[in-house]
Design a protein around this ligand. Structure first.
Ligand SMILES: Nc1ncnc2c1ncn2[C@@H]1O[C@H](COP(=O)(O)OP(=O)(O)O)[C@@H](O)[C@H]1O
Ligand SMILES: [Mg+2]
Length: 113
């Protein structure tokens, strides 16, 4: 688990993740990566997962991502996880990305980012 290893991918754009033919998963583009000495703090993890989740178009997709994430998070920090805070962060990232697209004069409403 990337967060447990202390890695934060601050640029959660979906083009920074690759899926191979046998469901191998890879994270690329280290430009914005931050590395912590231990597992990343739960608030950073919440914001970071929300940053990735905010690129997904459908509520169900975000729920699936969150479910899969929490399933792997069988640690002490998991108990501190605040799902409300996660969703608030998803919506705030979504708004921020939309604003950026408006500034760049590109279609503000797109399915995936
Ligand atoms: N190892 C790789 N295998 C396949 N495609 C890659 C690989 N590395 C980069 N790419 C492709 O290049 C794109 C941009 O790469 P990335 O490392 O994210 O650079 P950038 O700084 O331009 O975002 C990726 O979205 C992907 O399509
Ligand atoms: Mg990239």
């Amino acid at each position: 688990m990337i967060h447990k290893m202390g890695i934060e991918q601050a640029d959660g754009n979906l083009t920074n993740f690759l899926l191979g033919p046998d469901d191998e998963f890879a994270m690329i583009d280290e430009d914005d990566i931050r590395v912590y000495s231990g597992a990343i703090p739960v608030n950073v993890a919440t914001q970071n997962l929300a940053n990735v989740a905010a690129r997904l178009a459908h509520h169900e997709m975000i729920e699936e991502l969150l479910g899969a994430y929490l399933e792997k998070r069988h640690d002490k920090a998991g108990a501190e996880w605040n799902t409300e805070e996660f969703w608030a962060s998803v919506y705030s990232w979504k708004q921020m990305f939309k604003k950026k697209r408006v500034q760049k004069n590109i279609s503000p409403d797109r399915e995936f980012d």
